[in-house]
Design a protein around this ligand. Structure first.
Ligand code: TMP
Length: 216
């Protein structure tokens, strides 16, 4: 059986990853493809426990402890969900992956990218994204959107949203640098536009990838 595809959506707060992911899943379903939709942190029941501890208001982790918890989530997520799905030939749509760890714990918290990549090798081994789509939005716009959504949902998962603008500017710069360093595996989409335009742009990028796969 052919290996599946791992497609990752990345971006800062309020980039619209959730809405884009649902729209893409429906678009694939209309083509007879049933994707596995998941997210990090929290894509498994065990990861959900880690997520609750990590992103709640008021959590106060050492940056290294935060990194190790993200990586514990990664190992569980890849081992129990993503790798088996890829081995079964499925398309996996994942909301955040290692790009977020490099952007948030590397760019944002200032931890070493090479340490993060070493830990990623331990946590995920050979599992890498076939395509990472960066939904790029200026943090001043994204944070406003995100805080509004958290208030509407009465959610207290706002640890990162409460950090200052300069943290989020570093996260954005790291995402853009990762995309520029590896244009074969990353695509940047301007997510400051209306959501329908963002979704159409993402569909165009994915159509290219799916076309290549069915031709192979
Ligand atoms: P979410 O709000 O997009 O679901 O993600 C939860 C938060 O976790 C988000 O603020 C980014 C953060 N995060 C990291 O800091 N490092 C990581 O490796 C991942 C996957 C997420």
């Amino acid at each position: 059986m052919s290996r599946g595809l791992l497609i990752v959506l990345e971006g800062g707060e309020g980039a619209g990853k959730g809405s884009v992911l649902s729209a893409i899943a429906e678009w694939l379903q209309a083509q007879g493809i049933e994707p596995l939709c998941t997210r990090a942190p929290g894509g498994t029941p065990e990861g959900q426990v880690i997520r609750s501890a990590l992103v709640q208001s008021g959590a106060d982790w050492e940056p290294t402890a935060e990194l190790l918890l993200m990586m514990a989530d990664r190992a569980q997520h890849v081992g129990r969900l993503i790798r088996p799905a890829l081995a079964a030939g499925r398309i996996v749509l994942c909301d955040r992956f290692v790009g977020s760890t490099i952007a948030y714990q590397g760019g944002g918290r200032g931890l070493s990218s090479s340490v993060i990549l070493d830990l990623q090798k331990i946590a995920a081994a050979e599992v890498t994204a076939d395509l990472t789509i960066l939904l790029d939005v200026p943090p001043a716009i994204g944070l406003k959107r995100s805080l509004k959504r958290l208030a509407e949902q009465n959610s207290s998962e706002d640890l990162f949203e409460r950090l200052d603008l300069s943290f989020h500017e570093r996260v954005r710069a790291s995402f853009l640098a990762q995309a520029a360093d590896d244009p074969k595996h990353w695509a940047v989409v301007d997510a400051s536009r209306v959501i329908a335009e963002v979704i159409a742009d993402v569909q165009t990028r994915l159509a290219g990838l799916l076309g290549k796969r069915s031709a192979a």
